[in-house]
Design a protein. Structure first.
Length: 106
């Protein structure tokens, strides 16, 4: 998990593989904010995967933490299982889910 966080954070801080491609200075998180990623880090296509593109945005720290907590509870409550490539037909056999993301500017 630490390596996954480092991968996502490097993109936001304009370093490592993302040097020159991170968030511009004017979009860097300010006090009380943090980088949020989409797709979610925990998804197969999420920011933790080096094989997929993802988006970053500075958001309110408490909003981000609250949304992350709600997503975690949803996954646990609905018993969403980890992707298993070893299944006979992984695309059809693994759990799939959609999360409706609503965005508003304060």
């Amino acid at each position: 998990m630490e390596d996954q966080n480092a991968h996502k954070n490097a993109a936001g801080k304009d370093r490592g593989d993302y040097k020159g491609m991170g968030l511009p200075a004017e979009k860097q998180p300010k006090s009380g904010q943090q980088c949020d990623e989409y797709p979610f880090r925990t998804t197969l296509e999420g920011a933790a995967s080096k094989d997929w593109d993802f988006s970053l945005r500075a958001v309110d720290r408490s909003d981000n933490a609250g949304a992350g907590s709600r997503l975690k509870l949803y996954v646990l409550h609905e018993r969403i299982l980890r992707w298993d490539a070893g299944l006979a037909d992984p695309q059809r056999s693994n759990d799939a889910y959609w999360v409706n993301v609503r965005y508003s500017i304060r």
